[in-house]
Design a protein around this ligand. Sequence first.
Ligand code: SAM
Ligand code: SF4
Ligand code: SF4
Length: 331
Amino acid sequence: MTPSDKLGRELRDLRISLTDRCNLRCFFCMPEGQEYEFLKREEILSFEEIARVVRIVKNLGVKKVRLTGGEPLLRRHLEKLVGMIREEVEDIALTTNGLLLKEKIKDLFFAGLKRVTVSLPSLRDERLSRIVSRNVKVGQILEGIYKSIEIGVLVKVNMCVVKGVNEDEILDFVEFFRPLRVEVRFIEFMDVGNLNGWSLERVFSAKDILQTISSHYKVQPLGRSKKGETANRFSLEDGYTFGIIASVTEPFCGECNRLRLTADGKLLTCLFASKGYDLKSLLRAGVEDSQIENFIRTVWENRSDKYSEERLELLKKGIKPKKIEMFKIGG
Ligand code: SAM
Ligand code: SF4
Ligand code: SF4
């Protein structure tokens, strides 16, 4: 039976971080100039261990798996994992920065991956390179997107919007991706981790994002496509849809049905968690699946997280909880 947490929310979605490494250094996630300590190979869950977790959480109601990171495409032969879990869940998606997408998407597609979200914070070469702290051309990422579309993979684009950095490109994103029928999801800059220099003043709000688009297009609200979905969706007159993820100004904790698994096998019950629950030791202790299922069920049933709803109150009180970094969790 699907477990419910203390706030009555059911478990539906598992987000799996494949690695804590990344080939970019986006300032809003993993700023350059910090000393990062990465996991060692033996600390990272094997594909067999991950597939076992997916088989088990399926019994607990999980229907959807998202592969993420760090940069998940840095994990070699990721298609093997996709092949191992494709029969277990209704939906497998991948979030990637897109740099390695062009070379990897074909194998992933044939293994069973049908949906990809590509994160792209700017359509301007110079700005993109500044944001990701690497010399990257927009065209490199677009090639991966075009190839995915050509193969038949459903592509979405995530644009993390930061005030004073890229909000002047919101309309450019709509104009560029509308003819391609690629849904863009505009994400409010979030206070994930402790290193990204977040402040409320740097958040370009969902309301402002919508206002920007509505000043040029007739916009129709569609709401959330499913209970627990993060994006509020909208359509334009020609049927093109886009989404806004307003974790800061319009928190949606009341429907949060996501559990997260880090690359080193910790279960996290919230994107803003300060600690995880050690599943890896159990996976490596030679116990039965039923024991692992019970452990995950207990973690979920005792969960009462609603950080985004509490954020402003905490800010007012000057409380800054220490959080796990985004590149360890995967968004
Ligand atoms: N490396 C992959 C990528 O960039 O798509 C997957 C991991 S990344 C942590 C997952 C998503 O989190 C990306 O879409 C990224 O734009 C988003 N993200 C990272 N830091 C963020 C922040 N501070 N606020 C909002 N979104 C953020
Ligand atoms: Fe890497 Fe993704 Fe974080 Fe950018 S957002 S630093 S690509 S993990
Ligand atoms: Fe879920 Fe935590 Fe985000 Fe709220 S803040 S929606 S509980 S992950």
